[in-house]
Design a protein around this ligand. Sequence first.
Ligand SMILES: [Zn+2]
Length: 198
Amino acid sequence: MVERTDVRIHPTADVAPDAAIGLGSSIWNQAQVREGARIGARCIIGKNVYVDTGVVIGDDVKVQNNVSLFHGVTIEDGVFIGPHVCFTNDRVPRAINPDGTLKTGADWEVSPILVRYGAALGANATILPGVSIGRWAMVGSGSVVTRDVAAYELVAGNPARRLGSACPCGQPLRDAGDDPFVGTCPSCGAPFPPEGGP
Ligand SMILES: [Zn+2]
């Protein structure tokens, strides 16, 4: 049993004894955290969330209700994952082989997904296998993300396309023609792109 300090686990949650859960994190109703998963400090794991074997989640991450984090997904610190966000792990899914036999776990490879520091994924976004989402990037609700998203990039739609940039405060910053926004964020007043970033 991994020692857990100041962790709140709802009685209906199913948390593997060897899963690591950091200081101050909460695991809500009917969530399942599998063997070898690592969840950082001060995370909120919402109702009915599934955290697969070996999944790594950083500190200060919010995972809203009904999100499934499959094997191969890595979430860095400070990430927001909206309700019903869908991470996929097979680009060419089939239940059976061409000869009609049932596919097994040996018939496909895991394609990792990385979500980097501070990024936010809107409700019901779908993330395809092998995609990386950059620091402070923002993905609009209902998007289907088929390619990598750059740091600070704001994308939406199916397939998700660039709409502009996103300030770390969350403010959308529209491109000036083909050029990314450069200047002062109208919401928080910080320079964009941020000094020293990404
Ligand atoms: Zn701002």
